[in-house]
Design a protein around this ligand. Structure first.
Ligand SMILES: Cc1ncc(COP(=O)(O)O)c(C=O)c1O
Length: 403
């Protein structure tokens, strides 16, 4: 497919609503004998009709690693969801790989980058270890800085990385102001937008140059796939595509297909995660054991105004600060829960919970929540059952506190 065909396809059904777009984006049944979904191409070699065609690279698909109808269907679908500012999407084998590829596609030795202090821990590790080895320095900044991030920009600042909200501590960042400040100094804005997904926040629309998603979470949505995606605007797409191609990065066809399949139910799943997470968060907010909720969609959250201004929804992920109790009492609470699995990742159909402590992950801002912290992912179970499970957890917490 040439670029103009691709652009035409990525334009999709521009006047439709998101719920309609997730169902139709990137689908082209009559290219596949009318079957609703694209085939899963397990492919490396692509055969050419003649030596001349081979030498001239005359083929719609040239090599499995470079793209197949399956990968193309997902890229086009995501491009449509990201909106008209999106000039192309690349697929990477995990969310973290998408973060590292996006950063590496824009920096070079001698550059400086600004990264939010609330960023996903492994993003910080990548900056501190890999980028440092290649001569790129990182300054971590207070996630609550908006336009005043301009004061941290240096001559050699190439990129500002945001993650909003932070996926443990839930600070909301003023992304449009940060992107504008970055551009004013000739730098780029990169965002880990996994929490909102392109359905609840279209990062490229407000000036972000590279929007990253851990598709492992809501895009896949079933806790059975590892994938990352990077959406680029016109100013970054060539560098991104080149980086991915030159480094031989690609995703296995089954994971690509599972993600495509996940996207078809993304709107309806997110809507349920959103509603249930708010119900559970409001319930938790009233509990005497709870000091405060870290959920941007609650009016009590300090970033609520930004969330309301910029986002159209919230997912199932938020945190809770308990009133001070011994660590063992929190563990008793967690161990008592039957419907909340204890495990990393999120965005699947199931509810999850983890204890966490950001102290070792902060260098620019202190982490002083005022009590033990726990992160919940509210899944698709009946919300009444989840609340009943949490009631049992609180009984165990009370029992452990007394003993
Ligand atoms: C906000 C955020 N970004 C990126 C990632 C990385 O995704 P993956 O596990 O697919 O590498 C995670 C994983 O938990 C995450 O929470």
């Amino acid at each position: 497919m040439n670029q103009s065909d691709r652009d035409k396809k990525a334009g999709g059904l521009p006047n439709t609503r998101q719920d309609t777009r997730v169902v139709n984006a990137g689908r082209d049944p009559f290219s596949y004998y009318g079957f609703v979904n694209p085939p899963v191409y397990h492919a490396s070699t692509v055969l050419y009709p003649s030596a001349e065609d081979f030498v001239a690279h005359r083929a719609r698909y040239q090599y499995g690693r470079r793209g197949t109808p399956t990968t193309e269907a997902l890229e086009i679908a995501l491009q449509e969801l990201e909106g008209p500012s999106c000039a192309g999407v690349s697929l990477l084998p995990s969310g973290l790989a998408a973060i590292s590829a996006a950063l590496l596609s824009v920096v070079q030795a001698g550059d400086h980058i600004l990264v939010s202090d609330s960023v996903y821990g492994p993003t910080r590790m990548f900056c501190d270890h890999t980028l440092t080895r290649f001569g790129v320095t990182t300054t971590y900044y207070d996630p609550l800085l908006g336009a005043s991030i301009a004061g941290l920009m240096r001559e050699n600042t190439r990129a500002v990385f945001v993650e909003s909200p932070g996926s443990l501590s839930f600070e909301m960042q003023d992304v449009p102001a940060i992107a504008a400040a970055a551009h004013a100094k000739g730098a780029l804005a990169l965002m880990d937008n996994t929490w909102a997904s392109p359905l609840y926040f279209r990062a490229l629309d407000v000036g972000v140059d590279l929007a990253i998603h851990a598709g492992t979470k809501y895009l896949g949505g079933h806790a059975d796939v590892s994938i990352g995606t990077v959406a680029a605007n016109q100013s970054t797409v060539a560098a991104l595509k080149n980086f991915v191609r030159l480094n031989g990065l690609c995703v296995g066809p089954d994971d690509v297909y599972l993600t495509l399949r996940g996207i078809r139910t993304l709107a309806i799943r997110l809507d349920r995660h959103y509603r249930s997470s708010l119900t559970v968060a409001r319930w938790l907010e009233q509990r005497p054991e709870v000091l405060r909720l870290l959920h941007p969609a609650l009016p009590s959250h300090p970033g609520h105004i930004i969330w309301k201004r910029d986002f159209t929804g919230a997912c199932g992920l938020f945190s809770v600060v308990f009133k001070p109790v011994p660590r063992q009492a929190v563990y008793a609470f967690l161990d008592e829960l039957e419907l909340f699995g204890i495990g990393a990742s999120w965005g699947g159909f199931e509810s999850l919970v983890i204890p966490f402590d950001c102290t070792s992950l902060r260098t620019a801002t202190p982490w002083e929540p005022g009590g033990p912290t726990v992160r919940f992912h509210i899944g698709l179970e009946a919300v009444e059952d989840l609340i009943a499970d949490l009631e049992r957890g609180f009984a165990a917490l009370a029992h452990a506190t007394r003993n």
